[in-house]
Design a protein around this ligand. Structure first.
Ligand code: ADP
Length: 378
């Protein structure tokens, strides 16, 4: 046992002399003010001087009300003194809470205030106020709020920019699509084979730009989506998604099956887009075998978990987070064309619904994409 702990053991805390307590009270970082039940200050520690600007000489003997109590808190201070007069036992006698008290120079200081009384039989109780200075914490909160507001503002500007660009590009792109279609109809097979190759190349690149612009527009639109969710039938959303992908499904001999699917509180148009993105990826990232896609649903705690299983090329576990990030692609563009926005759009839709998204996969065997949507009451 150290000599220090021997001393502590021998001399109980009640034996500690007043000097030690005075020292503790003087140098503690919290403001401690002692005052009578009529509000007259009899004790004022160093931290009180730092926090409120008055020295102990200036404060002692004055009424606390005239020093640090602002006009709006004067009625509460009266209640405090009244309660103080009725104290019959030591301890807290007023609810603790956050307040703004007055500094000598006139500005307000945010503090967390605790009111405690020392009751000695038959004598007037001594009242103490312990104030924790919250100025630094409030400044940090304000700075964080400013950063958050700034981020939200620049995010909004970026979204509006992306939306504007994508929206304005779609019109000329549709005109170019019409021209290319006319070229194909009129000249394909009529000029030399070089022309056909070049036209094929232009058509492919054009399709890529168009799908990128469409994805960008879809992404920018999701944030603006109405969050007034209504019952959405996931099986009818699936039917629509399959209908929209008819061409790709037939071309690849894909088979899309499903279990019983629930009705959930969601935006049905976004549910169609979500399923469509997963199924189209399942077809795009297939192996030699015809794609098999199965959609099922499972009830979680307070949520519905929908899964989309495929028998495609799969994803390395190391990339299971990365694929949901904008423009992150694991495969070569020449083999699997795409914008790298599909899963980002899925993540955004799910997040807008307050849900979660994730993937489990085994390279060569296939992947299961999951999304969970909170089970809001209808
Ligand atoms: P894109 O398909 O346009 O590249 P996505 O955001 O939809 O963009 O997908 C990101 C990446 O995740 C893809 O490039 C691909 O490597 C991988 N991926 C997505 N879905 C699947 C899937 N079902 N099977 C295997 N890999 C997938």
């Amino acid at each position: 046992m150290s000599s220090y702990s021997k001393i502590i053991k021998k001399r109980r805390i009640t034996d500690m002399n007043e000097g030690i307590f005075r020292n503790l009270m003087e140098y503690i970082p919290e403001s401690i003010q002692g005052y009578t039940t009529s509000g007259i200050v009899f004790y004022w520690n160093k931290a009180s001087e730092r926090i409120y600007g008055y020295t102990a000489e200036e404060a002692i003997g004055k009424n606390l009300e005239d020093l640090i109590i602002p006009a709006d808190l004067k009625p509460l201070f009266k209640v405090c003194l009244e309660s103080g007069k009725k104290v019959k036992k030591s301890g807290e006698f007023m609810p603790a809470g956050e307040l703004k008290l007055l500094h000598k120079e006139g500005h307000l200081v945010p503090v967390y205030s605790i009111h405690s009384a020392v009751y000695i039989d038959g004598k007037e109780p001594l009242l103490f106020c312990i104030d924790v200075d919250l100025s630094e914490q409030k400044r940090t909160e304000e700075r964080l709020k400013q950063i958050k507001d700034e981020l939200e503002r620049s995010n909004l500007e970026l979204r509006q920019f992306a939306y504007g660009v994508a929206h304005d590009l779609l019109n000329p792109l549709n005109i170019i699509a019409g021209c290319i279609h006319l070229f194909e109809q009129r000249y394909k097979g009529n000029l030399d084979s070089n022309f056909d190759d070049l036209l094929g190349y232009a058509v492919n690149e054009f399709k890529r730009i168009k799908s990128f612009v469409e994805d960008l527009l879809a992404y920018a639109q999701i944030e603006m989506m109405n969050k007034d969710f209504k019952p959405a039938d996931i099986s009818s959303a699936l039917e629509k998604a399959v209908f929209n992908l008819q061409h790709a499904i037939e071309e690849s001999d894909a088979v899309v099956t499903n279990d019983t699917l629930p009705v959930i509180m969601a935006d049905e148009i976004q549910m169609v887009r979500l399923l469509q993105n997963f199924i189209s990826n399942a077809i795009k990232y297939r192996t030699e075998k015809p794609p098999e896609v199965h959609i099922s649903a499972e009830r979680g705690i307070d949520e519905w978990i929908i899964s989309i299983r495929d028998n495609g090329i799969g994803i390395d576990t190391g990339y299971s987070e990365q694929i949901f990030i904008m423009f992150q692609r694991l495969n070569r563009r020449t083999i699997h064309p795409g914008s790298g926005l599909g899963l980002t759009i899925c993540r955004k839709i799910v997040e807008q619904h307050g849900g979660r998204i994730w993937v489990k996969s085994e390279p060569g065997k296939g992947s299961i994409f999951y999304f969970a949507i909170p089970d809001r009451h209808q």
